[in-house]
Write a protein that binds this ligand. Sequence first.
Ligand SMILES: Cc1cc2nc3c(=O)[nH]c(=O)nc-3n(C[C@H](O)[C@H](O)[C@H](O)COP(=O)(O)OP(=O)(O)OC[C@H]3O[C@@H](n4cnc5c(N)ncnc54)[C@H](O)[C@@H]3O)c2cc1C
Length: 324
Amino acid sequence: MPSYTAPVKDMQFLMHEVLKISEADIPGYVDLDAGFTGAVLEEAAKVAEDILTPLNAPGDKEGCRLENGIVRTPEGFKAAFDTLREGGWMALDAPEEFGGQGLPYLMHTAVNETFVSANMAFNMYQGLTHGAVSAILAHGTDDQKARWLPKMVSCEWTGTMNLTEPHCGTDLGMMRTKADPQADGSYRITGQKIFISAGDHDLADNIVHLVLAKAPGGGEGTKGISLFIVPKVMVNDDGSLGARNAVSVGKIEEKMGIHANATCVMNYDGATGWLLGDLHKGMRAMFTMMNEARLGVGLQGYAVAEAPIRTLWPMPRTGCRAVR
Ligand SMILES: Cc1cc2nc3c(=O)[nH]c(=O)nc-3n(C[C@H](O)[C@H](O)[C@H](O)COP(=O)(O)OP(=O)(O)OC[C@H]3O[C@@H](n4cnc5c(N)ncnc54)[C@H](O)[C@@H]3O)c2cc1C
């Protein structure tokens, strides 16, 4: 089994000798002394080295599978996800009022660098949730924040980002998914999205999809697009889970690499959704999540590039032999 060693010393050196973060005039940084950041990073290193690394290669080999409409993640992922959730690792920088630890984004980034190096596919399940939380924080009503954020911050419910459709990726103005307004203020969402990271899985009780769709009266192109909160399972007024929403997985996309993260085709067949942010201003709201996803993809790039120099693989048993 490979062994990964997290770059705690390097991170500490950068944070305190180069950047001198605890002297920076940035909210929350004054508390980030070397003792504190070192303690957090040492604990994160244990999680990355002992829990996530051993699941990486076997998880990619096993991959995800679709069984009776539900995506099953590789063996060990659920237990590891529960362990990280219980340890509060997925809520480091979320606001305390929603159950987070209120630390600066820097700490989330540093910890995630080690988690991604250890197991990128695993970390994507919570990474997308982090972005969805940011979008709801920035654009949600007080009621929406109260309803969705506490469970998403804790990762009891995870989140997704739904832009891409079979005929449109970059050029989102061609989007066909539509949102029909209902008398009770909700919308019926109908359409198909593809390449949805963590679109479905068995790690959380609910999945909160943030879906771009066109509501009537918005005009052509990206101007007519709005953003909607569409849960996999409906949530009752008391916060308990209700019936399944009309959201289903069409298939798991076949792609090169990241097999342990389920990239899904998602079908919305008149699913119930609620507007997030302003009507016809969905691109603006989604960009809160997309901008975070861009930072996340950058982090994935260097964390994966760095992983080989921090990972030792056992030597093959055969070794060299003379051949005559
Ligand atoms: C592993 C993985 C995970 C993903 N996860 C998600 C996710 O969670 N949610 C999600 O919504 N999507 C996701 N995607 C999809 C991703 O966002 C799209 O691949 C991306 O938007 C590009 O779309 P496309 O692949 O259709 O390429 P295209 O849109 O076909 O683009 C191909 C090239 O054509 C150019 N191009 C396209 N249209 C025009 C035009 N009109 N004029 C000039 N040039 C043009 C583009 O700039 C690009 O260079 C994921 C993809 C992958 C591979």
